[in-house]
Design a protein around this ligand. Structure first.
Ligand code: SF4
Length: 322
């Protein structure tokens, strides 16, 4: 495995509520090798987006990083001041958010919004230069430079997402985090946005972390897949190994819920719902939904097992019969 650009060590992110802390990310350890495309998959409430926001140190209150480290290019981001972290965001780590309309200011021209990135980081000395650079950033994502004068409502959903990607990669960061960037888009536009991210990854030599609920999309684009369930990392490994030979019953469930992977109807789905993270199930958090659960699963939490080939799985029964 290539040298990691990002090492997450025993990360815990909790949301304090009157009924006790919601353990949205609970002891996640994960290494992202430089130059790769790592997709983090799971259902809503699995903690995957919280993990992305924690890397950017953008967890809104009452959320907090309750423990662990996020080491990016040798620096523990959890130890940085707000000002130091502001310099990392945008310049060294870019982020694309889920909903482009919510992320763009509807009453400002897109050129000014992209231009903010250059001004904030001192790359442009005035608004005029910032707008010129914003035009170049728009061209980088396949839009005309003259569109700096457009407002978000004059663009389609896919074009707005391109504008956000332009802002995220404007300063050529080494890591791009994309949180469900195509959820609001139709399938054809979704594909084009993914192609764009792939092209930019190559051109700018970036590492990509994609957050998605869609394991078929992750399988198509990634070099590695990390599967999260109820705040825990349950499986991680090279994409072919995880998709062709999943070790965790939850990963198998996700794959069997994704018809696109084989182009045939194998839809089975996962019975039940993700748990309430204020009171997660004892032992393995997946046990109430797991077809393989045994008594031990109810009482003992499975520890992550590191296996050959850079694989990791957290399940008492993952290696049975192997
Ligand atoms: S530890 Fe037990 S309940 Fe959890 S995934 Fe494995 S078999 Fe299922």
């Amino acid at each position: 495995m290539a040298e990691p650009i990002l090492s997450i060590e025993d990360l815990r992110v909790y949301y304090d509520t009157l009924l006790g802390p919601v353990r949205a990310v609970d002891g996640v350890t994960l290494e992202v090798p430089r130059g790769e495309w790592v997709s983090i998959v799971g259902e809503s409430g699995s903690g995957k987006s919280t993990l992305a926001y924690a890397i950017m140190r953008l967890i809104p209150p009452p959320g907090r990083i309750a423990g662990g480290r996020i080491v990016f290019e040798g620096t523990d981001l959890t130890s940085l001041s707000g000002e130091e972290m502001r310099r990392v965001r945008g310049r060294r780590i870019g982020m694309v958010f889920q909903d482009p309309m919510a992320s763009l200011d509807p009453v400002r021209r897109v050129g000014d919004q992209i231009g903010d990135v250059y001004l904030e980081h001192g790359v442009a000395s005035d608004r005029r230069e910032a707008r010129r650079l914003a035009g170049e950033a728009l061209e980088m994502v396949g839009l005309p430079a003259s569109w700096v004068d457009r407002y978000p409502h004059q663009l389609s959903g896919g074009q707005r997402q391109r504008v956000l990607i332009a802002a995220a990669v404007a300063l050529k960061p080494s890591l791009l985090i994309a949180d469900e960037p195509t959820t609001a888009l139709d399938v054809i536009v979704q594909d084009k946005i993914m192609d764009l991210i792939e092209d930019l990854k190559r051109e700018l030599r970036m590492t990509v972390v994609l957050i998605t609920h869609d394991i078929a999309l992750a399988a198509e684009r990634s070099t590695r897949i990390a599967v999260m369930y109820a705040g825990k990392l349950v499986e991680y490994g090279p994409v072919d190994a995880v998709v062709e030979d999943p070790l965790h019953p939850y990963t198998r469930g996700l794959i069997e819920s994704a018809p696109d992977l084989w182009g045939e109807k194998r839809l089975r789905g996962i019975p039940g719902y993700p748990p309430d993270l204020r009171r997660p199930p004892s032992g393995c958090r997946f046990h109430p939904r797991c077809p393989l659960a045994v008594e031990r699963c109810r009482s003992e939490e499975p520890r992550p097992l590191r296996l050959e080939g850079g694989r990791l799985v957290a399940c008492h029964r993952a290696l049975e019969g192997r």
